[in-house]
Design a protein around this ligand. Sequence first.
Ligand code: SF4
Length: 370
Amino acid sequence: MTPLPVEESAPLDGGFAEKLLQWYGLEGRDLPWRNTRDPFRIWISEIMLQQTGVETVIPYYEKFLARFPDIVSLANADIDEVIALWAGLGYYSRARNLHAAAVMVKNRFEGSLPKNLDDLMSLPGIGRSTAGAILAIAFDQKTPILDGNVRRILCRIFAVEEDPRRPVIEKKLWQWADDLTSEKRPHDYSQAIMDLGATLCTPRHPACDRCPVAACCRARQLGKAAELPVRKQKKTLPQRREVVLLLSQRGRLLVRKRPYGGMLGGLWEFPSLIREGKENSAEVAAKLLAALDAEGTLEKWGKSRHTYSHFHLESEVFFAEVKTRSQRIRESNQTWLPSSEIAALAVHGAHKKVFRLLQEKTAKNGFLQK
Ligand code: SF4
């Protein structure tokens, strides 16, 4: 049996949403953001759930809302505090966008999230699917969502054997998402389909034998459920190398904040410099030390590795006890902090690993207690 070409796939009969909703009534997950219709809380949960799993999100969600219970409190907050509360959740542009969007909502929409797609999508960090989820869950409007879970489910239900990122397929997926969304219960439907993707129709091992919509699923009929959607070939990521300096002075370490607007903007790190071409790491470390107007004997301490979405980063770590504080350091966005305070900062992932290396190296001599 060959799958239907996408263009010829007939719309499903009316049973999909009903079957899904019936299952959701029995098996739906009890999550903290399910006990509210507050658009602000639903918005926060949707943003946190982008690229992050439910179990990780729950404590962050609760801590975030304890500090920022509404849009105005978030809009009035210092961005550094927002980023600090986000520390560890990753993809920090989400935190920066949330804050910027809260300021816009306060100024343009009198502190209330707008109730229509265009205005919601005009806010930083809110794309079509997130806007659809907010409108459906908070306002019970029939608006489709097409996040990763829904995309996977639809590719299987309709046995899409083409790359779902192709614009023509993407358009079709949106149309199907709209066709299938319940007219009567969009609030429940949106959460039900997210639950189906998170618990049964999972990426590698879909539990088709327990699936409430198995009878509608063409991929299952074809025995191709686990093969779809078509996966893109993994690219080989380029490798970047940097030198990182752990400069210590009277038990304090030099750290700096990355400028807002760029990659990892607003996060903290240790001084570092990218190694170009065949540059020797010791020479690069010495160059960076000189650029900081600092003097000390550099010791090579080891390496750590971190992978970002578009490159691998190898950090070669040097330590030096520095005797003088330079004027240049005092005037920049750099500061000396004890390691106990660095542990509480929003340090980006690569340098968290560098910090762990420091903890391992120095725990024995009591340096970290200072
Ligand atoms: S039958 Fe299997 S592949 Fe189809 S929607 Fe259900 S879990 Fe997913």
